[in-house]
Write a protein of this length. Structure first.
Length: 65
């Protein structure tokens, strides 16, 4: 199971028992989008090879509002 915790500077991730942080700059470079326009599904795709994408994707900007 993968857990994502978003804040204004990046995402705290727990993936297969390992905790790490994805900084805002890394996410923007990987997606070529503004951090607040990136979706949770896109972050999951950075983290996992074959993520289980359930539900509608949500923009980070909407999550943080």
């Amino acid at each position: 199971m993968t857990t994502l915790a978003f804040d204004d500077d990046g995402v705290d991730v727990v993936y297969e028992g390992t905790e790490f942080r994805l900084e805002q700059d890394l996410i923007e470079d990987a997606t070529e989008k503004s951090y607040y326009d990136v979706t949770d599904h896109e972050v999951l795709q950075i983290v996992a090879e074959q993520p289980n994408l359930q539900g509608e994707p949500r923009r980070i900007g909407d999550i943080l509002d």
